[in-house]
Design a binder for this molecule. Structure first.
Ligand code: 7RM
Length: 675
């Protein structure tokens, strides 16, 4: 990878450096699973020294097996050939549903809180078992079986969870596509996995708005003939929603024909559980593949220890099931632990900025998990929205998806947690399946802005990005890599193992490469600095600049495009596109290009700004110098810097490789508002 692409994002500037001790246990609250840093540290050391004993014990303790495994781990992780829990058999749905339904059928599994304030529903483990079984029987009736890929394009309703669990039950591989993705994005993902069945809904509701899922799905399906059956859940019952018989069938009609029990397919540990597409540094999304036992153990263990779950707890993860956080911490992690999980259909600011805290108060949430972007947005809207609710049930507050700035961390701690809750800044990725760097509530002293220390079984290395050498000791900054195998790590990219190796294991031989920059401070604490590759993170949503660029150049007026992320106070990063136009095209094309990105990827990828430029800064060999674009768009270069060559070099680094040096001044003037 070229050094130009390996700029490690600047550290967060903050005056807040205090250390926060784990919170004392309040009367009536349970004692945490891990109560001291020494206890964490001993267990972590054992997990690395004897991984097979450590994870073997954990897998027996936390999961139910229909056949015990013979070997805990086998193979060479950094060569892309590792397996966990060999010859074991289990079923993820059995672990998340049946084993709790059989012992405590009346216990609440899912609390669904709808877009409309005050409208919510509690569903017991017994009911989930019946609903999931009926749906599993529907899928079987349409010929879906073990190993088949099933597309799920659903709003935030319990049926989305049923869809995933029904697939797991019969051994089908679910591929959930986030409901904010456009028709083109859905089509590409369906085609890549050759799905024969799509589970979707007529419409979705979110923040008072209607999402026309079935209409979008129909557009996608027009170019995805592999889909033979579409099972449509009626969320709104709007009669204008298109329906194509016999391809389309209604969910309620289908499940009512099926009996409420369906046996679980015994799955071998390494059988795929699901795939989830994620963006990388190339334009084509990757179907990250997770396996049954390793993934399930990772999410079960992290949910238990990181959120410190105990009997009777209610876990509220505010993510969407369409992203990995929803898979792991709304669905599989809490349910496998037999803990009540909250599914929230709406957004934090609808109908007002107290919506999350109303949820906590109403459902007596004990652990709450959201993204920094939501925390920052709510902080700006004022403390009064938090103050009017009873949040005394909360013990653990989690953050995920992007670096959290210390000011937002502190607001979460002081205003939401009222100084009594442990904050867990959890770092992980779609590819790791579960949390890999995090404090342990009750044990780890925290520092605002740091994800602190590795979870059990995770051996982090900091590498020099250019030489690939390990940077030993503390006070080092480089790229975050992992030395060892752990159960929940992705095993492959669907149908493209070579790409899996090239993306994660070949960049630095002997390591898993995360794509993130990191600092290990004087205490050995990790501070995630953000992506070092061409991936940007907007409001916790991961996007590839190459994917946005491909969308832009599909527009007839666009000749070339370069996309970068710029810092944004609320969303962390925002998208800025630089486009050159084909001859003859002029006028206000920027709006059309923004719309182009929305239709090709989805509304969440809408650029903040499209800059039309006569040319892009390139090296003589034609490589776009994104470093220049990032600095100009980040307003790090001013018109004053243009006056001397030295000034410019100081701000932008070496410019001698630039083919047309004049372009820098043009771009700086555009951002100064002068052209
Ligand atoms: C869980 C998730 C992964 C990328 C990852 C990072 C960033 C996630 C944190 C974070 C700083 C965190 N999966 N990221 N968590 N950065 N602190 N606590 O988000 O696959 O969608 O994204 O998100 O850059 O590589 S993801």
């Amino acid at each position: 990878m070229a050094a130009d692409d390996m700029d490690i994002p600047a550290p967060q500037d903050s005056a807040l450096t205090a250390l926060y001790a784990p919170k004392p246990v309040r009367p009536g609250h349970p004692v945490p699973h891990i109560t001291s840093l020494e206890e964490y540290s001993e267990r972590w050391k054992r997990s690395l020294a004897e991984p097979n004993a450590f994870f073997g014990d954990l897998a027996k303790k936390l999961l139910s097996w229909s056949r015990p495994f013979d070997v805990v781990s086998f193979g060479d992780f950094t060569a892309g050939n590792v397996s966990w829990f060999l010859n074991g058999q289990l079923n993820a749905c059995y672990n998340c549903v049946d084993r709790h339904a059989l012992t405590t059928p009346e216990k609440i599994a899912i609390i669904w809180d709808s877009d409309e304030i005050g409208v919510h529903r509690s569903i017991t483990f017994g009911e989930v078992l019946a609903e999931v079984s009926r749906l599993a029987n529907v899928l079987k009736a349409y010929g879906v079986g073990k190993g088949d890929a099933v597309a799920v394009y659903m709003p935030m309703v319990p049926e989305a969870a049923y869809a995933m669990l029904a697939c797991a039950r019969i051994g089908a591989i679910h591929s959930v596509v986030f409901a904010g993705f456009s028709a083109d994005a859905l089509r590409d993902r369906i085609l890549d996995a050759k799905c024969k069945v799509l589970l979707t809904a007529d419409q979705g509701k979110r923040g008072g708005k209607t999402i026309h899922l079935k209409k979008i799905a129909d557009e996608a399906l027009a170019e995805a003939p592999c889909v033979e059956k579409v099972i449509v859940f009626r969320r709104t019952n709007d009669p204008s929603v298109p329906f194509t018989s016999p391809r389309d069938v209604y969910w309620d009609e289908e499940v009512s024909k099926q009996r409420p029990y369906c046996p679980c397919e015994p799955m071998v540990s390494e059988d795929p559980l699901f795939m989830l597409y994620t963006s990388g540094s190339t334009g084509k999304p990757k179907g990250v593949l997770h396996t049954t036992a390793g993934y399930l153990l990772g999410v079960t263990a992290t949910t238990k220890y990181v959120f410190d779950l105990h009997e009777g707890d209610v876990h509220g993860c505010m993510a969407d099931v369409g992203w990995i956080t929803g898979h792991s911490y709304i669905l599989y992690g809490p349910l496998s632990n037999g803990v009540t999980t909250v599914m929230f259909e709406s957004i934090p600011t609808y109908p007002n900025a107290g919506r999350y805290w109303d949820l906590v108060d109403t459902h007596k949430i004990t652990s709450f998990y959201t993204a920094p972007t939501a925390i920052r947005a709510l902080r700006r809207l004022g403390d009064e929205h938090v103050a009017r609710y009873d949040l005394s049930t909360l013990r653990t507050l989690g953050s995920v998806g992007e670096p959290i700035n210390p000011e937002a961390w502190l607001w979460y701690h002081d205003i939401v947690g009222r100084g009594r809750c442990n904050i867990v800044d959890t770092y992980w990725q779609t590819e790791t399946g579960s949390i890999i760097v995090t404090p342990m509530p009750g044990a780890t002293p925290t520092k605002p802005g740091s994800a602190t220390l590795p979870f059990f079984g995770i051996d982090i290395a900091v590498l020099d990005p250019t030489t690939g050498q390990e940077l030993a000791g503390n006070n080092v900054t480089g790229v975050l890599a992992i030395r060892n195998s752990f159960p929940s790590v992705a095993r492959s990219i669907y149908n493209d193992h070579a790409r899996f190796l090239d993306t994660y294991l070949n960049p630095y031989k002997g390591y898993y490469f995360s794509g993130d920059g990191v600092t290990r401070d004087e205490d050995g604490y990790y501070w995630i600095r953000g992506r070092v590759d061409d991936v940007i993170n907007v409001a916790g949503h991961r996007l590839s600049t190459a994917e946005i660029e491909s969308a832009l150049i599909l527009h007839p007026a666009c000749a070339e495009a370069a996309v970068i992320g710029v810092p944004d106070e609320v969303t962390g990063q925002a998208i800025v596109c630089f486009c050159t136009l084909k001859a003859g095209d002029e006028g206000d094309i920027a709006a059309a290009l923004k719309a182009q990105v929305r239709t090709h990827i989805g509304p969440f990828a809408t650029p903040k700004r499209v800059v039309i430029t006569p040319e892009l800064p390139k090296t003589r060999s034609g490589k776009i110098m994104r470093r220049i674009l990032r600095k100009v768009a980040g307003l790090e270069v001013t018109e004053k810097d243009l006056e001397t060559e030295d000034g410019l070099r100081e701000k932008l680094g070496d410019l001698t490789t630039l083919a047309e040096p004049g372009i820098v001044a043009v771009l700086v003037k555009i951002f100064a508002g002068r052209t």
